[in-house]
Design a protein around this ligand. Structure first.
Ligand SMILES: [Zn+2]
Length: 311
């Protein structure tokens, strides 16, 4: 399996257009040792010429145009190698890219019932996806189910890969209706994915609320884990003055602190652990910062746009 990180920042990207935090200011000024990043977008290829997306980033069009492997080919049925999109949540930065895929193309979208309700029923703009003939096909994700995905033309062949959906106990986005925010199943708001192929495992959770712990064993047993690296500290966003919410209130387990991801993650996990969905305020983006070194010393990698992983 080939994995491409097309975008590694949280919503807003890095730098963010209206932000004057220390990171955004110094990156703009050219005085920071660090990289600009687009909003989180993961792509994986379980077999030659077939790609799946995880998240649908607001930067998706630019990300696809910049990735040669994901370009359309007249030799491919339907032209695009993109077979489907896995949605971990209905967050704006996880679904907005669907609108970039609206050009009369048929593909699969995998999402929980509640995420489908928010995207398909509550936001009619996404009905542009129905214009494809045949229309985009929605597949319902059920928590803790392991599903085989067959891509071979021979129906007797084993599945090309397996995917499991892991509930992460996150929040529904603020823009969702009161009905969904109050009545939607908590397990359907935000999910992670475990992809398995030939005894290799990839765990993906760009958003981790930290409100449950079922995911920890699965992540630690994976060969590669892509983990929520949004915020260094719980209070990080308060300093910008744009919100009064802590990281935890926004559904993100911070990296630092006694209860943070770095402290909680099993020390004996053998696989690669890679932080993704990094907010522009996060000091780990500054490669000269203490926080950057603390993360690297703890054995974590920090995802960047263009990172390729072979599994
Ligand atoms: Zn900023």
């Amino acid at each position: 399996m080939l994995i491409q990180i097309l975008g590694s920042a949280a919503g807003g990207g890095f730098p963010q257009w209206n932000c004057t935090c220390a990171n955004c200011s110094s990156l703009r000024a050219g005085t920071m040792r660090g990289k600009a990043r687009t909003q989180t977008q993961i792509a994986f290829s379980p077999t030659d010429g077939v790609w799946f997306l995880v998240c649908a980033s607001p930067d998706l069009r630019t990300q696809l145009v910049g990735a040669r492997e994901l370009s359309p080919s007249s030799e491919t049925a339907g032209h695009s190698p993109i077979a489907g999109v896995f949605l971990p949540s209905a967050d704006v930065d996880a679904v907005m890219g669907l609108l970039h895929l609206r050009e009369f193309q048929n593909f699969f979208v995998f999402a929980t019932p509640a995420v489908q309700r928010v995207v398909r029923n509550e936001n009619p703009i996404f009905r542009v996806l129905d214009r494809a003939n045949p229309p985009v096909q929605w597949q319902t994700l059920a928590s803790n189910r392991r599903i085989g995905c067959h891509l071979s033309e021979n129906s007797g062949d084993p599945p090309t890969f397996f995917y499991s959906t892991i509930p992460l106990a996150g929040n529904y986005p603020d823009y969702a209706s009161e009905d969904v925010r109050r009545g939607g199943s908590p397990g359907d708001a935000c999910v992670g994915f475990l992809l398995e192929q030939e005894n290799k495992k990839l765990f993906i959770a760009p958003t981790l609320s930290g409100h449950n712990s079922e995911w920890i064993k699965l992540a630690a047993a994976a060969n590669v884990a892509l983990l929520d690296g949004t915020f260094w500290s719980d209070e990080e966003l308060l300093a910008t003055g744009r919100t009064k919410k802590t990281a935890r209130a926004m559904g993100h387990l911070p990296l630092s602190g006694a209860e943070g991801l770095l402290a909680q993650y099993p020390k004996d996990a053998a696989g690669r652990k890679i932080l993704i969905h990094i907010n522009n305020t996060n000091p780990i983006l500054d490669e000269n910062s203490e926080e950057h070194h603390a993360v690297v010393d703890a054995g974590f990698e920090i995802a960047y746009d263009g990172l390729t992983i072979e599994l």
